[in-house]
Design a protein around this ligand. Structure first.
Ligand SMILES: [Zn+2]
Ligand SMILES: [Zn+2]
Length: 334
């Protein structure tokens, strides 16, 4: 029997010895937060502990009154006898895996992660442990990402085509993480890049955190502009039917999401083009990450838990599901 460093509770994953929750779903006295996405970092808790690299973004999300303590990657902190440290998860800026050690027993909570390189955040670090709690948003064998160089080449080709026929190109992308990765990865010599305010604010937080991004503008900063042909617009998916977008007449609209890998979702989202760039590990990425931890016990959460657990148990691992099985609906655009 493996001693339990983390329990499942109605408020989420709880470390009783250290008396703190990880990414709690409710307000709690002490929250350890893996990253600033809304389904992980919720306002209202008493104290927050998070990786220093994502501190500015978390502050932006939780507001000026949140009590946030920041710990750099790899630095340990003793919390009621539990040694805690953050390690890069490669998902968005500041995203962290949480490593807990108590009397020689090591548990790692992955948070969301991807194993592909990304110039806007530190690379995923493999951390050895006895128990690994892994996400499984794309935990099905059908999910295998094309090389990101190919995806960026496709996006640049589409943008050039838009420019050549005088069309604006709209990229629908989640405002935190995905948008900045796109802006950093496209070829800025094709044309100017405009952003929705929700994206632009986070661009500024990224720049202030030391991440280089090409220049981006708000549409309001170009009041005289009537012709938006050749311009790239990066905006959250929620704005697809907003009047905000209507100024960009006859735009070509593309969605950027791992879910775009399947034609079915492309159709249901009613966009012309889908680019399958994801900030989560694909199936081979998940399996490789799990393997490299050399963990004796795998706990699967956040996404396709059942198929992943079945596969792991059929392939010699000791795995089970924990937490709610939140499928596509809550993780749609990340
Ligand atoms: Zn996330
Ligand atoms: Zn998530």
């Amino acid at each position: 029997m493996i001693p339990s460093l983390i329990q499942e509770t109605p408020a989420g994953l709880y470390c009783e010895i250290g008396d703190f929750y990880i990414d709690p779903s409710r307000r709690v006295p002490r929250a350890v937060v893996t990253h600033a996405h809304a389904d992980h970092a919720r306002p209202g808790s008493g104290k927050y502990l998070a990786a220093k690299e994502g501190q500015r973004i978390l502050r932006h999300r939780l507001g000026p009154s949140a009590d946030i303590e920041a710990l750099p990657y790899g630095v340990t902190k003793l919390v009621n006898g539990v040694t805690l440290s953050f390690h890069p998860a490669g998902h968005i800026l500041g995203s962290a895996q949480v490593r807990l050690e108590y009397r020689g027993e090591v548990w790692v909570v992955s948070g969301d992660y991807k194993t592909e390189p990304d110039t806007t955040c530190a690379a995923f670090e493999s951390v050895r442990c006895h128990t690994f709690i892994t996400e499984s948003t794309f935990g099905l064998p059908i999910y295998r990402w094309p090389a990101q160089e190919e995806i960026f080449a496709d996006i640049n080709r589409w943008w050039r085509q838009c420019r050549d026929v005088g069309q604006p190109g709209v990229l629908l992308a989640y405002s935190l993480g995905k948008a900045q990765r796109l802006i950093a990865g496209v070829d800025p010599t094709i044309g100017p890049i405009y952003c929705h305010a929700a994206v632009q604010q986070l661009n500024e937080e990224y720049r202030a955190s030391g991440i280089a991004l090409p220049k981006t503008w708000l549409p309001a900063q170009a009041p005289a502009r009537k012709d938006w042909g050749g311009v790239l617009i990066v905006t959250p998916p929620s704005t697809v039917h907003a009047t905000w977008l209507s100024r960009f007449r006859n735009a070509s609209v593309a969605m950027v999401s791992g879910w775009m890998l399947t034609r079915q979702t492309q159709k249901s989202r009613a966009v012309e083009i889908g680019f399958p760039l994801s900030d989560h590990a694909d199936w081979p990425g998940l399996l490789k990450a799990i393997d490299e931890t050399q963990a004796e016990q795998i706990l699967v959460t956040h996404g396709q838990t059942e198929p992943m657990v079945r596969w792991l148990n059929e392939n010699g691992k000791n795995a089970r599901a924990v937490g709610p099985n939140d499928s596509q609906s809550s993780a749609s655009f990340m």
